[in-house]
Design a protein around this ligand. Structure first.
Ligand code: URA
Length: 368
C-alpha cells in the first residue's frame, strides 16, 4: 500500500515536472493559468482529477466511492450519507424520488453542466448561508484575516464550450420540464432573498407546494409558524382545512399549486406590510406567469390585495370574479384560518369553490 502510494507520487511528480518543462518551452510567463492544461498534461479531465485514471488502474475506489467531507460536508456525492437538508438527501443517488414535480425535474436534469444543482430544492433549507451556491453569496470577510487572492478567471476559450453544453442540455422551451426548472431557479432565488426585513426572522422560505401543471392555483397570505418550520405552505391547522376544501373539489392536495403572497413568515403572524408584499410580488408574478393557471383562488383579503391591489374587505369581495393582469380569473374567498374561527362561513366558501369548478367544467363530487 505504502509502496503503491510512493510509486504514484513519484509518477505524479514526474508528470508535473515534464509539464512545467514543456510549459517553460512555450515561452509563456508565470505559472499556467488554466487548470485544464495541467490536467491534460496528466492525462485526466479536470472533473475527474489527476489521480482518477491511476487509481482505477491500481484498484483504488473509482469516482463512485464516497468522497471525504469537504468544507460544506461534501456528502452530496453519490453514495454518501445525506447530511441535514432534505433537498440534499433527495439528490443523492439511491435516495427516495423527490416529492415535488419541480424537484423531480431538477433531478432529471442534474447531468447538465449548468443545470440547477440537484441539491437545490424548493423545500426546506435549514442552513441557507452554508448551502447556497457560491455565485449567489455576497463576499464574506473571514474573521481571521483577509480573503485569499481571487481564483484565476476561466479562460475565454473555455467559456463558449460550457455555454453550448448548457444550452444543449437545457429542457426545451415551453415544456413542463422547462417550467419546473425555471420555478426551481426562482425558488432558489427566494431562498437567499433579503429584499425585505421578513428574511431576518425566517427559519425557511416558503415557496410552493403541489403541481406546477395545475389548472388552479391557491394563493394565501404568508407562512405561519408551522410553514416557517417545514418550508411548505399550508401545512398547519389552516392547511389541513384547505386540504379538505381541495379534496371536496375532487383534487388531491398535490394536484393543485399552492403558494403565498409573501414567502417569509411575518413576525407573530401579523399581516404583511405593503412594502413587504411589494418586495415579494415579483416572485409570485413569475410563478403565475410560468404556471398560467385557468383560475386563481385568493384566500383572504391579503391575497386579493397582493394580487390585484384592492383594499376592499373580503366579505364584499368573496364570490365575485376578478381578473389578474387582465387575463386570469380570480375567485376571492375566505381564508381557511378564518373558517377555523367562523365555521358558519364554510358554506359561503363551498359556494365559491363550486363556482370555480363550474368555470373549470368540473362537476362537484358527490359529498354523500
Ligand atoms: N396561512 C397562509 O396564508 N399561508 C400559509 O402558508 C399558511 C397559513
Amino acid at each position: 500500500m505504502v509502496e503503491a502510494l510512493r510509486e504514484e507520487l513519484a509518477d505524479l511528480t514526474a508528470s508535473v515536472r515534464a509539464f512545467l518543462e514543456w510549459h517553460a518551452g512555450t515561452g509563456a510567463e508565470g505559472l499556467p493559468g488554466h487548470p485544464s492544461a495541467l490536467h491534460e498534461a496528466l492525462g485526466a479531465s479536470p472533473s475527474e482529477g489527476a489521480l482518477a485514471p491511476r487509481r482505477a488502474e491500481r484498484g483504488f475506489p473509482g469516482p463512485e466511492a464516497p468522497s471525504p467531507p469537504g468544507p460544506r460536508g461534501g456528502s452530496a456525492a453519490a453514495g454518501a450519507p445525506a447530511p441535514h437538508p432534505p433537498e440534499q438527501r433527495s439528490a443523492a443517488a439511491g435516495s427516495p424520488a423527490p416529492h415535488h414535480p419541480e424537484q423531480r425535474s431538477a433531478a432529471a436534469s442534474a447531468s447538465a453542466p449548468h443545470a440547477p444543482d440537484p441539491r437545490i430544492t424548493a423545500g426546506p433549507h435549514p442552513e441557507p448561508r452554508t448551502t447556497e451556491p457560491q455565485a449567489m453569496r455576497p463576499p464574506v470577510q473571514a474573521p481571521w484575516g483577509p480573503e485569499p487572492p481571487p481564483r484565476p478567471a476561466v479562460s475565454a476559450a473555455a467559456a463558449p464550450r460550457a455555454d453550448t453544453a448548457a444550452r444543449a442540455n437545457a429542457p426545451p422551451p415551453g415544456t413542463p420540464e422547462e417550467r419546473a426548472t425555471r420555478l426551481l431557479l426562482i425558488a432558489e432565488e427566494v431562498r437567499t432573498c433579503e429584499k425585505c426585513p421578513l428574511h431576518e426572522g425566517r427559519t425557511h422560505t416558503v415557496f410552493s407546494r403541489g403541481s406546477p401543471l395545475s389548472e388552479v392555483v391557491f394563493v394565501g397570505e404568508g407562512p405561519g409558524a408551522e410553514e416557517d418550520l417545514q418550508g411548505e405552505p399550508f401545512v398547519g391547522p389552516a392547511g389541513q382545512l384547505l386540504d379538505k376544501m381541495i379534496a371536496a373539489m375532487g383534487y388531491h392536495r398535490d394536484d393543485v399549486y399552492i403558494c403565498n403572497i409573501v414567502k417569509c413568515r411575518p413576525p407573530k403572524n401579523r399581516k404583511p406590510e405593503p412594502a413587504e408584499m411589494a418586495a415579494c410580488s415579483p416572485y409570485l408574478t413569475s410563478q403565475l406567469a410560468l404556471i398560467k393557471p385557468k383560475v386563481i383562488v385568493a384566500l383572504g383579503a391579503t391575497a386579493v390585495q397582493g394580487l390585484i391591489g384592492t383594499n376592499e374587505g373580503i366579505t364584499k369581495l368573496r364570490g365575485t370574479w376578478k381578473l389578474y393582469k387582465g387575463s386570469i380569473p380570480i375567485m376571492p374567498t375566505f381564508h381557511p384560518a378564518y373558517l377555523l374561527r367562523q365555521p358558519n362561513a364554510k358554506r359561503d366558501v363551498w359556494s365559491d369553490l363550486k363556482e370555480v369548478m363550474r368555470h373549470l367544467g368540473k362537476s362537484a363530487p358527490d359529498r354523500g
